[in-house]
Design a binder for this molecule. Sequence first.
Ligand code: PGA
Length: 261
Amino acid sequence: MADRDVRIPLHAGPPARPVIAGNWKMNKGPSEARDFCGQFADAYEPHSDRSVLLFPPTIAFVTVADALAGRRDIRLGVQDVHWEEQGAFTGAISAPMARDAGAEFALVGHSERRHVFGETEEETGLKVAAVFEAGLLPVLCVGETIEERRAGKVEAVILRQLEAGLSGLSGARIAGVMIAYEPVWAIGTGETATPDDAAAAHGTLRTWLQERVPAAAIPILYGGSVKPDNATDLLAASDVDGLLVGGASLDPVSFAQIAAS
Ligand code: PGA
C-alpha cells in the first residue's frame, strides 16, 4: 500500500485556479473507483495551471488515495462530515477521520445534503468550522431551487446560505474557504445555468465576501449539469473559478475533457 502520510501534512494550500472538482455522490465502490483512477490517470496529464479535486464516496476513499498516490496533482476530499470529532453517530465520518485518510477538502451543504437529508443551515455552519479545525478546507455549496429563482430570491437565498455556513469563522478563515454555487434546478437535470446566470450569482457571492475579507482569491466554483461541451464557456464567465462536476465526473474520459477545458 502506498504511503498516504505524504498527502497529510496539511493541505498544500489553496488549489490553483481553475479548480475542476468531481463529486461522485453515491457512485463507485472500491473496484469501480480503482478502474476509474487508472483510466483517468491515462486520459489526463498533470497540468500546472489548474487543480483537479475528486470527492469519492467514503467507502472508496482510501482505494482512490492509493490508486492516485503517484498523482499529487489530483487532490482528494470527502463529500460530507459530521461536526463532532467522534462518537455515537452511526454512518457518519468526522473531519479528523477524513484527514487521517488523506483528504484535504470536504464538501459541506451540498444541495442533496440539504434537500434529501434535511441538513440545516446551522449544521452547515458547524461542519464548516469542524472542517477547518481538522486542517481541511471546506467547499461550501449554496444554491437556490427553481421556485426561489422564479420568486426572484436567488441573491437572498445564496447569501443567507453563505452567511450561515461561514457564521462560525474568523475573517482569516473566511478567506480560506472555497464556495460552490450550484443551482438546485441545474443539478442532475441536464439544465445548466447560462454563463451569465453563473456570473451574476458568483458576483453576488464575491461582493459579500469582499465586504468581509480580501476575497479575490477565494475560489467560487459553478456546479450543475457541467459537461465537456459547456465547461469552457462556464469557465470563461466572470467570477467563475472552477467547476463542481457530478454526473460527468463518473466517466474518466468526460472528466478528463472537462479538466483540460
Ligand atoms: P451534476 O451534479 O453535474 O450531475 O448536475 C453536480 C453536483 O451536484 O455537484
